[in-house]
Design a binder for this molecule. Sequence first.
Ligand SMILES: Nc1ncnc2c1ncn2[C@@H]1O[C@H](COP(=O)(O)OP(=O)(O)OP(=O)(O)O)[C@@H](O)[C@H]1O
Length: 281
Amino acid sequence: MMRTADALTVERLSAGYPGRPVIRDLVLPPLPGGAVTALVGPNAAGKSTLLKAFAGLVKAAGRVTFGDHDLLRLPLAARADLIGFMPQSLPQGVALSVLESVIAAFEASRPGALAGADAARRAITTLDRLGIADLALDTLDRLSGGQRQLVSLAQALVREPRLLLLDEPTSALDLRHQVTVMEAVRALAAEGRIVVVVLHDLNLAARWADRVVVLDHGRAVAVGTPAQALTSATLADVWGVAARITLGPNGVPHVVVEGALDAPPVPAAAPGVPPENSTAA
Ligand SMILES: Nc1ncnc2c1ncn2[C@@H]1O[C@H](COP(=O)(O)OP(=O)(O)OP(=O)(O)O)[C@@H](O)[C@H]1O
C-alpha cells in the first residue's frame, strides 16, 4: 500500500560537476505525495542536474528528505528502490527489444523480485498504460525519437516507484502522445506518488501540474500554483520574453509569447503580398 503522507523536502541543496557548481543552496517548500510538480526554466538552468542530484547521479550536499529517508545519505541501491528516473535521452546502440529493455529496467532495481513470466506481465502492463504495447517486440534502435521517449518512460514506471523524476518526457511527442503521457503522470500522482517533471512547454506545465518551480541559474525564482509562478514578470526576467498570460475559467494560465524582449520589431508584410488565406484576383 502506498504511503501518501510522504513529502520531498529540499534544504540548502548544492549540486554540480567537478569545477562546475550548478545548484546553490536550493530550498523548496515540501513537494507533497499525490502532486505533480513541473520544473521549468531556461536551458542550462540546472533542471536535469537537480533531478540527477535527487537520483544520486551527481555529487550533492545539503539535505533532501523523502518521508523518513535522508535521501542524499541513502545507499544508491536503496535510492533506486524509491526513485524512478527518466533521463533526457535513452542510450543508443542497445540491441534489446522494447519488452526486454523494460524487464531489464525492472530487474536491475529489484533483482529476483518477480519470476520471469510475472516480470514480463508487469512490463507489458506498463507498455499498455502508455499505449505502446504494440512496440513490445521491436528493437530499441529502430524506434522513432518519440517512441524511444515513451519506452524510456516505461523503464522508469515499471518499478512503480514512490518518487518519479521525469526529464522532458514529452519533448519529442506528438499532441496525442503528450496527452497520454501527462494523463499517465497525473494517474501516477493520484496513487500517492510524488512526480517531478521537467517541461519546456509552459502551457503543458500549467495544464497538468499542481505546482510549478521556476529554476534560473540553479536557484528557485518562483514556486507556487501555475498561476502564481508563471507571470509576465517571471517570463520577462527568466526567459527574456514578452508574454501575455490569460487565465482560463478554471484558473489555469495560458501563456502567449509575443516576442523576445531585446529583439527588433517584426517587419510588416511587404506591400503587394496577399494575406494568407486570400485568393489572388
Ligand atoms: N556532465 C557535466 N559536466 C559538467 N557540466 C555539466 C555537465 N552536465 C551539465 N553541465 C552543466 O550544468 C549546467 C546545467 O545543466 P543542466 O543539464 O542541469 O541544465 P537544464 O536546465 O536541464 O538545461 P536544458 O533545458 O538545456 O536541458 C549547464 O551549464 C551545463 O553545461
